[in-house]
Design a protein. Structure first.
Length: 303
């Protein structure tokens, strides 16, 4: 089961589709192996970049079952939904299939600190003893959760064991949370997203690792490992080699298509399909990605 000691790289897994948009079940095992072989210490599935909102309940159950059966590492399942009944139902499926915990993002209807705390109190009550991750991604949800509010949730909800930190800018939030735990508050795991754009700085501020889906998970593995060994220079060198592709993949609205193109090129999935409605790469965009990949490979050779 997931707990506050979780660290390392929980890769946000893509959901593979066939060219016609059907779920590509055959690619799930190869994708899981790809992530684990490149340093994933956990996997997170059915998140926003996993196109969870485009899956049927049956498809979601299939993905959960296949990933959990194959992974050999803890699996966190995104269960965010407009209503608590759907959250409870998918959580029950996830835990029955062997997930280590679930992840919940706040709905955009939450406008005040009291509403945010009350919402997650209800999440904890409804999920009972299931460990869960608070996904803090205000750029996508529109819900801004200050560090003080997160600490109120930590205090009120013992089963909230991890923060998926995707605020931007958000480094001061990590420092504030760690200052609070140093002063005696319960310490939770903090894993960070945003394609790893700020991973070195996030680790320096006290994060425990990464929870993101950049198409080169070995970058997160190396940065997290080197920062844990207090080799910041080495971590920055490892990060810098991938920065142009991280930047390109971070484009709002297009990033998933870029990520899936690279994952398909690397053999992690059979097809780069983004299920409709979703973006497709133009010929020009493909050429740009190919140029960045070639330059990255040359750069890694020099490093």
């Amino acid at each position: 089961m997931l707990d506050e000691s979780a660290k390392g790289v929980f890769t946000i897994a893509a959901t593979p589709f066939l060219p016609d948009g059907a779920l590509d079940v055959a690619s799930i095992a190869r994708m899981v192996d790809f992530y684990v072989e490149r340093g994933a210490t956990g996997l997170t599935i059915l998140g926003m970049m996993g196109e969870a909102g485009k899956l049927s309940a049956e498809e979601s159950a299939t993905v959960i079952e296949r990933v959990c059966a194959r992974a050999g590492v803890p699996v966190v399942v995104g269960v965010s939904a407009p209503g608590f009944a759907a959250i409870e139902a998918l959580t029950a499926v996830a835990m029955d299939k062997g997930a280590a915990g679930v992840m919940v993002a706040p709905p955009g209807s939450l406008k005040t600190d009291a509403q945010i705390v009350g919402y997650f109190r209800t999440v904890a009550e409804r999920l009972r003893d299931v460990p869960w991750v608070l996904q803090d991604f205000p750029l996508a949800t529109g819900v801004q959760i200050d560090a003080e509010v997160i600490m109120k949730i930590v205090e009120a909800c013992p089963t909230m064991v991890m923060l998926k930190h995707e605020d931007w800018p958000g480094l001061e939030k990590i420092s504030a949370l760690r200052k609070a735990s140093d002063a005696g508050a319960r310490r939770i795991s903090i894993l960070c997203g945003n394609a790893g754009l700020f991973l070195v700085e996030e680790m320096a501020r006290g994060a425990d690792g990464a929870m993101t889906g950049f198409a080169y998970p070995e970058m997160m593995r190396d940065v997290v490992t080197l920062m844990a060994e207090r080799d910041e220079t080495g971590a920055r060198e490892a990060f810098d080699a991938y920065l142009p592709l991280i930047r390109y993949e971070s484009q709002p609205g297009l990033g998933l298509a870029v990520r899936k193109y690279i994952l398909a090129k690397r053999g992690a999935i059979a097809h780069a399909t983004v299920r409709a409605p979703g973006p497709k790469l133009s010929t020009a965009a493909v050429a740009e990605v190919e140029t960045l990949i070639a330059r990255q490979e040359a750069r890694l050779g020099r490093v």
